[in-house]
Ligand binder design. Structure first.
Ligand SMILES: Nc1ncnc2c1ncn2[C@@H]1O[C@H](COP(=O)(O)OP(=O)(O)OP(=O)(O)O)[C@@H](O)[C@H]1O
Ligand SMILES: [Mg+2]
Length: 335
């Protein structure tokens, strides 16, 4: 039997979509362009990457919802294309967002319905559902209709749903999206407990602190390709020898990121809205002090706090994906 819970070997997937009406063209998007990695049994593995990097597409190939254009993948030793039934029995899939639950039914009825659907034996259903409600912290609220549930409660109900048939491998695609900080902390504990109990978890998230706290190992993908793979500590070394300057600014003009990116010694620039202000994070080589250049480039913009700090996993992530981390290259072919 394979030592790995998940093995992806040269996975590729392209999408074709027709655009245009007068002169229709077929656009081919290479969403995943040859990704290889393996996840150990019981490992908590993170898949990080910018929007459009190919994370969901990768997960959908692993959980048999999409057929790879090329390459192979195995889950618990079973080929995801040739042995879909074997794979499906052993996996759970939870995606972030509000879809996939019956609004007009109570949480309990939702779980009963899915237990039936997943073939949980009738005599085990009651105990299993009780156990899961306890695990996700919804005991006592199971009689309420899902339409009255908050986002965090829905998310936890989704996880309970994904675990009904005791999957050995669980795919969580942005489980904490839209969940408040306290509920997100509960959710992280639930995920950590699952992994501690032996479940293999493959998780995507855009929250670097969450990935840092939870994951045994992390793969970073951008533009459909694997850019880095390692423990959070190993990945942080990508930001070793970098300096990070943070500038709080009000009313940054369009094009500023490109302007800062072009400064000598600058390796990565990030901009984030924070209330009325924008937070600019500029990474540079350790031997270049870019702070004065950055401030000069922002001449005329009202500035708040300016500070320098040590790199975090987020900085390492930016270092890994910056430069060419945009969406997968698109190619045009005649329709
Ligand atoms: N059904 C589809 N048809 C055409 N293109 C698609 C389809 N699904 C995804 N894509 C494209 O494939 C690429 C990868 O998308 P994917 O959803 O895998 O990214 P992601 O890493 O999950 O991003 P996000 O962080 O935004 O969820 C993107 O360029 C996307 O536009
Ligand atoms: Mg996605």
């Amino acid at each position: 039997m394979s030592d790995y819970a998940i093995e992806a070997d040269g996975l590729r997937r392209s999408y074709r979509s027709r655009t245009g009406w007068l002169r229709p063209q077929t656009t081919v998007v290479d969403a995943v362009r040859g990704v290889t990695f393996a996840v150990g049994r019981g490992e908590l593995f993170g898949l990080l990457g910018p929007n459009g990097a190919g994370k969901t597409t990768t997960i959908k190939m692993l959980n048999t919802l999409l057929i790879p254009t090329a390459g192979t993948a195995r889950v618990l030793g079973h080929d995801v294309v040739r042995e879909t039934r074997e794979v499906r029995k052993r996996i759970g899939y939870v995606f972030g967002g509000d879809r996939g639950l019956y609004e007009r039914l109570s949480a309990l009825d939702n779980l009963r319905y899915f237990a039936e659907l997943y073939g949980v034996p009738a005599r085990e259903q009651k105990a299993r559902i009780g156990e899961l409600l306890e695990l996700v912290g919804l005991t006592g609220r199971e009689g309420e209709r899902v339409e009255g549930y908050s986002r965090g409660m829905r998310q936890r109900l989704h996880i309970a749903r994904g675990l009904l048939h005791r999957p050995e491998v669980l795919f969580l695609d942005e489980p904490s999206i839209g969940v408040d900080p306290v509920a997100a902390r509960d959710l992280r504990k639930t995920v950590a407990d699952l992994a501690a109990g032996g479940t293999t978890v493959l998780l995507t998230t855009h929250y670097m602190a969450e990935a840092d706290e939870l994951c045994d190992r992390i793969a970073v993908i951008a533009g459909g390709e694997l850019r880095a793979l390692g423990t959070p500590t190993e990945l942080k070394r990508h930001a070793d020898g970098r300096r990070v300057v943070e500038v709080e600014a009000y009313g940054v003009a369009p094009g500023t990121v490109e302007l800062l990116q072009a400064l000598p010694g600058v390796r990565g620039v990030q901009i984030e809205e924070s209330g009325a202000a924008q937070l600019l994070t500029v990474q540079s080589e350790s031997d270049v002090d870019v702070q004065s250049d950055v401030l000069a480039a922002l001449n005329g913009v009202r500035l708040g706090r300016v500070s320098a700090r040590q790199p975090t996993l987020e900085d390492a992530y930016v270092a890994i994906v910056s430069g060419d981390g945009g969406p997968a290259r698109e190619s045009l072919v005649a329709a």
